[in-house]
Every structure is written in structure tokens, then in C-alpha cells.
Design a protein around this ligand. Structure first.
Ligand code: 5AD
Ligand code: SF4
Length: 477
């Protein structure tokens, strides 16, 4: 395949993805790779858009790239270690081709600022998450042999006017950022330092992006934010005190935004991530129940099942509050998928407190989850106030118990899907066979079935009569 006029992106899974560049060429080849959360992948789509507008062309082989960009994650120490290893690979490329430039984008760039450039000499360009518009200038500066760094955080930047170049996409599901940054200050978390203050994006631009995605053939959008429930738009970012009555009435909260996006088309599914237990309102839950095309899945990180630990984490809720929110979700949306994040081995966590996390899991029975051992991050509240005093082997033992319990719960939840008809949006071929297609049901479980005459992007009703531990298997009816 001719890669001259294309942008090639390597995803976390290592698949090279190629996008035509309609804007023509400037003779320089780009290689862009993303690590970390969905927000980072979404940001890479903004970066690709900015550079394609400048005529960058690309290569799937970083060894022949003029510019190599790495969009990075700083959430846990091992995420940073992976990036460092990759930067060392690129360093070898530079020895063979000294003109090649290497840039680090995203959270690790913001956290370490000039360190990777000056002390560690691993990169030529450092760009924080709010400075992507400056990337073409920074590349020029680096080409002239000057230091190229911009890690200024913004209170306004949402990239609202930029149309992302959909990367690594199956052509069916797309991500749309609705907020940037985070004001929550969970004591373990580096994100408020790397992504800055929370700001919401103009709802009109969000709806426009959703419409464009639908018109381009996408059938599902995932609205992204660190805490989607705190989404708030009141009259173009004006201060509340100077808003007119009409502007106040037209303020858009997350429930209203969900409704606006769901109204784009009944055939456009809407998902969202991440919800925060302290801010998830009944209004949002009712909105999910009201619209068929708002998916019945909530990712609701709990982090711990013990109220003392939650307080130390500065999460803003107790175990009881969290369980009440879960009860409300299950009451209002009878067949709902619920997933979580849990951190085990947070500072001073006792065995009893760890057991509280297990017992909370027993009560909720999550469909799936992301489970982590606590990793101390520089500058965070926890690093300054508490000791990372749970020994590594205890953290390992606890995470193994949590993962094992979650595996049992995932199985139980999957079994509950048997004998039911699931509405599935087809995303592509199943991993194991080209004779089978895969998609997801509203609850976000993977469903596999024989392909027949069906194609990706279509909705089908699948009667599920078999399953593995996490996949539903059935036939279109
Ligand atoms: N250590 C371990 N896990 C963390 N997370 C965030 N910060 C840390 C940390 N310092 C987890 C939380 C969060 C998810 C995105 O990453 O569970 O919800
Ligand atoms: Fe980090 Fe808490 Fe913000 Fe999530 S809500 S990004 S865990 S500070």
C-alpha cells in the first residue's frame, strides 16, 4: 500500500492504521503512536487533524519517519516505563538518521516538562495536552535546532472547532471529547496536574460532530470526559452572574447533553465515560432509561469499598452513597451493564478494608472492571500526605483476589445474557473467524454470531444460546 499520502497510526495493540490525507503533501513523513486512555486516542485524532492540515504525509515504519510522535500516559509508573522503553527504541533510529525528530505529547510531557528534553535527552519536542495547535510551530523550531516545548495548560482550550481525523476506527464507533481536564483532585491521581482545570465544550460543536460522524457512516459515539457528570455549559462560558434568565434556562448539563446527542438519530448509539459516583444524578439515569439509543452501560469507578479509604482518596462519597447510586441505577434501568475501576493497596489499607472492597464487589456484581495496584505519583495529594506503606507482595495478593472475584462475577453476568434477544451493533469480524461477526449489546457485552448476509454498521437482533466466560454467542433472528 502506498503510504506516501497517508497518516499511519500505530495503536496500543500495535495495528498500523492508514488514513488518506486529502490535503496533499509537504514532503515530511509522520509516525504517531498513542498510549493510555480513550481520551488520549481521541486527542491523537486532533493532532492528526492539525498535522494533516499542514500537509504531513506518513509512514508505517518509524525508521523512515521525519517525525515520530508519542502520545503518552502518566497515570501509573509502569505506563511511563513503557513510554521510556519506546523512546529508547527511537533513540536508536536517531543514531541512524540524525535528522529525525522525536516528540512526546500528552500527560507524560506535561508532568515531566523539559526533563525528557534537557536531562534525559530522549526527545526533541515536548507538547502538553492543551498545546497541540502549536505543534506545527514547535516542529519548525526543533528543525531549526531550537528547544521546542509548550506545556502551558489552558482554562479554555477544548479544540471544539477542529474536526478529528478518525484513527484506528472500525468506521462504526467514534469518540467525542465533551470535557477536558479535571477539578476533582482525587488524592492518588496525577490527571489534574497533567490535564489541568476542567472545562466543558460547546454543546453545539458536540452535536455537530455527532451528526458528522453519523453522516460518515458511524453508528455509535462515546462521549468522553474525566468526569462526564460534571459537564456544564452555560451560555458560551460566561460567568453565571452575568447570564440573562434565558441563558440560565438554556444551560446544558450532562443529562441534557445526552438527550441532544441521542436526538441526532435513533440509529446513533450513545455511550459515555467516565461517570463519577458523587455527581451521577437520577436525571442522567432517567435519561439513559428514556432513550433506546443511549446504551444501558455505566462505567462507575469505585476505587475502594471502604469509606475511610474513600475519604483518604478524596473521592467525595462513602461506600453507602456508592451502593445507593448502584441501587438507583438498577432500579431505573432494569437490564444494565455496570463496570468499575478499583485501586488496591492504597496507603494504610488494612486487610479488613480490602475485604470491604471484595464485599462491595459481591453486592454490585460488576460486568467487568479495570483493577490496579496503587502506584504513587509525584506531586499528588497522597504522595505529599500519606505513606505508600502497603508492601508490594500484599498489593499483589489483594489484586489477585480482586481479579479472581471479578472473573467469577463476569461469568455470572454473562450467563444472565443466555436465552435473551440482544440488539447488537455490528463492529466487524470476530477475532477467531471470518465466518462470524461481532458487535456489542447495549450493556457493552461482546456478542458473536454467524455472518449470514450482514455487514458492519448494521443492527441485528441476536438470540443468545451459548457463551464463554465473557462473550455471548447466538444467531440472528
Ligand atoms: N495508582 C493506581 N491506579 C490509579 N488510577 C489513577 N491513578 C492511579 C494510581 N496512582 C486508576 C483509577 C482510575 C483509573 C483511570 O486509573 O482507578 O479510575
Ligand atoms: Fe483522576 Fe479523580 Fe479526576 Fe478521575 S475524577 S481523573 S481519578 S482526579
Amino acid at each position: 500500500m502506498d503510504s506516501e499520502n497517508k497518516i499511519i497510526i500505530e495503536s496500543k495493540q500495535g495495528e498500523a492504521l492508514i488514513i488518506e490525507n486529502p490535503k496533499g503533501k509537504n514532503g515530511k513523513k509522520l509516525f504517531l503512536e498513542s498510549y493510555g486512555c480513550q481520551m488520549n486516542f481521541s486527542d491523537s485524532e486532533i493532532v492528526a487533524s492539525i498535522l494533516m492540515n499542514k500537509g504531513y504525509t506518513t509512514t508505517d515504519n518509524f525508521k523512515e519517519a521525519d517525525i515520530i510522535l508519542l502520545n503518552t500516559c502518566a497515570i501509573r509508573e509502569n505506563a511511563e516505563q513503557r513510554v521510556r522503553n519506546r523512546l529508547n527504541d527511537f533513540k536508536r533510529v536517531k543514531q541512524a538518521n540524525p535528522k529525525a525528530l522525536v516528540g512526546v505529547l500528552g500527560c507524560m510531557a506535561e508532568r515531566l516538562k523539559s526533563q525528557l528534553l534537557d536531562q534525559e535527552k530522549l526527545v526533541d519536542i515536548v507538547v502538553g495536552p492543551d498545546s497541540y495547535r502549536d505543534l506545527p510551530n514547535l516542529i519548525e523550531e526543533a528543525e531549526d535546532g531550537r528547544k521546542a516545548i509548550n506545556v502551558i495548560l489552558s482554562k479554555e482550550e477544548t479544540y471544539a472547532d477542529l474536526t478529528p481525523v478518525r484513527l484506528g476506527s472500525n468506521g462504526v464507533t467514534a469518540f467525542i471529547s465533551i470535557t477536558r481536564g479535571c477539578d476533582n483532585m482525587c488524592s492518588f491521581c496525577v490527571v489534574p496536574f497533567t490535564r489541568g482545570r476542567e472545562r466543558s465544550r460547546d454543546p453545539e460543536s458536540i452535536v455537530k460532530e455527532a451528526k458528522e460522524a453519523f453522516e460518515a457512516g458511524y453508528r455509535e459515539v462515546t462521549l468522553l470526559g474525566q468526569n462526564v457528570d460534571s459537564y456544564k455549559w452555560s451560555g458560551g462560558g460566561l460567568k453565571k452572574e452575568i447570564l440573562t434568565e434565558e441563558q440560565k434556562n438554556s444551560a446544558v448539563n450532562f443529562a441534557k447533553l445526552l438527550e441532544m446527542v441521542a436526538s441526532v438519530n435513533p440509529d446513533l448509539r450513545v455511550r459515555f465515560s467516565t461517570s463519577h459516583p458523587k455527581d451521577l444524578t437520577d436525571e442522567v439515569i432517567h435519561m439513559i432509561a428514556k432513550y433506546e439509543n443511549i446504551c444501558n452501560h455505566i462505567h462507575l469507578p469505585v476505587q475502594s469499598g471502604n469509606s475511610r479509604i474513600l475519604e483518604m482518596m478524596n473521592r467525595g462519597y462513602t461506600r453507602e452513597w456508592y451502593l445507593e447510586r448502584i441501587a438507583a441505577i438498577k432500579r431505573i434501568i432494569p437490564y444494565v451493564g455496570i463496570s468499575m475501576d478499583i485501586i488496591t493497596g492504597f496507603c494504610s489499607e488494612t486487610d479488613e478494608e480490602h475485604k470491604d472492597t471484595l464485599s462491595l464487589m459481591e453486592q454490585v456484581k460488576y460486568d467487568f472492571g479495570y483493577m490496579f495496584m496503587y502506584s504513587e505519583r509525584p506531586k499528588t495529594l497522597a504522595e505529599r500526605k500519606f505513606k505508600d506503606d502497603v508492601p508490594e507482595e500484599i498489593k499483589r495478593k489483594r489484586i489477585a483476589e480482586i481479579v479472581d472475584l471479578q472473573r467469577q462475577h463476569s461469568e455470572i453476568r454473562t450467563l444472565e445474557g443466555l436465552g435473551k434477544v440482544h440488539r447488537v451493533l455490528i463492529e466487524g469480524f470476530s477475532k477467531k473467524s471470518d465466518e462470524k461477526l461481532m458487535g456489542r449489546n447495549s450493556q457493552n457485552s461482546v456478542v458473536v454470531f454467524p455472518k449470514g448476509n450482514h455487514k458492519k454498521g448494521e443492527y441485528v437482533n441476536v438470540l443468545v444460546d451459548e457463551c464463554t466466560s465473557s462473550t455471548l454467542i447466538g444467531k440472528v433472528i
